[in-house]
Design a protein around this ligand. Structure first.
Ligand code: 13P
Length: 249
């Protein structure tokens, strides 16, 4: 299905200090002058959310977190709850990013618990899935991501806005991207898995592509079948680059 309004999300990962808030200001200003035809979201580190809110408030840029704890509060030193993200200005949250699955051992069940927590706090989850290079080379990409999406979702998502992001692990930060045929194949499989899991309501959920999206390749990727937007890492750190991707949507 072709999505009418694309969702373009910038994931700043562990980058961003006060000095970088100007990038959000530039983005806000540019979107006031040229009104984007897509939804634009920035996901800075949690420490910048509240201050970035004051920069983008009243404009077209929405804010998201990069992860949340599955519990609403408690003795979890160093963790951030979904309600805290919402309180600091987020309306979305990235969950199950492959960097968290790999480095912090998050499995599908843990991601599903975080999805529940995000929904309870009124956040729109962006649930990430993606195969490793070994899994793709073994011919297992579609099976891996289909299982990930079915097991990482929560039943309560059926009535809620959310997004899925397909990010092949081997394409993140490497400059490599799948072919458009490979992207279309996985996105079609994810759409089928979503509808199987949550029913027809999931036929309209945006499925983003992420992994080395750049100004140079954004237009063709965003035009591929079932691609409802992009989850952008490195190229979202500078407003100038991110704007080129937004304009391609
Ligand atoms: P890059 O765009 O830097 O490859 O990162 C993609 C990503 O992981 C976004 O979540």
């Amino acid at each position: 299905m072709k999505q009418s309004v694309k969702l373009i999300v910038g994931n700043w990962k562990m980058h961003g200090l006060s000095a970088d808030l100007g990038e959000a200001a530039t983005l806000r200003q540019a979107l006031e002058e040229e009104s984007a035809s897509c939804r634009v979201v920035l996901c800075p580190p949690a420490t910048l959310l509240d201050r970035m809110r004051t920069v983008v408030e009243g404009g077209a840029v929405e804010l998201g977190g990069q992860d949340c704890h599955e519990k609403p509060a408690g003795a979890f030193t160093g963790s951030t709850s979904a309600a805290m993200l919402a309180d600091a200005g987020a309306s979305l949250v990235i969950l199950g990013h492959s960097e968290r699955r790999a480095a912090f051992g998050e499995n599908d069940a843990a991601v599903a618990a975080k999805v529940e927590a995000a929904i309870a706090a009124g956040l729109e989850p962006i649930v990430c899935v993606g195969e490793t290079l070994a899994q793709r080379e073994a011919g297992d990409a579609v099976a891996v991501v289909s299982a990930q999406v079915e097991n990482s979702l929560a039943d309560s998502l059926a009535e809620r806005p959310f997004a899925v992001a397909y990010e092949p692990v081997w394409a993140i930060g490497t400059g490599l991207t799948p072919t458009l045929e490979q992207i279309a194949e996985v996105h079609a499989a994810l759409r089928a898995a979503l509808v199987r899991r949550l029913g027809q309501a999931a036929a309209r959920i945006p499925i983003l592509y992420g992994g080395s999206v750049k100004p140079e390749n954004a237009a063709e990727i965003l035009a591929a079948s079932e691609v409802g937007g992009a989850l952008v890492g490195g190229a979202s750190l500078k407003a100038e680059d991110f704007l080129k991707i937004i304009r391609a949507a």
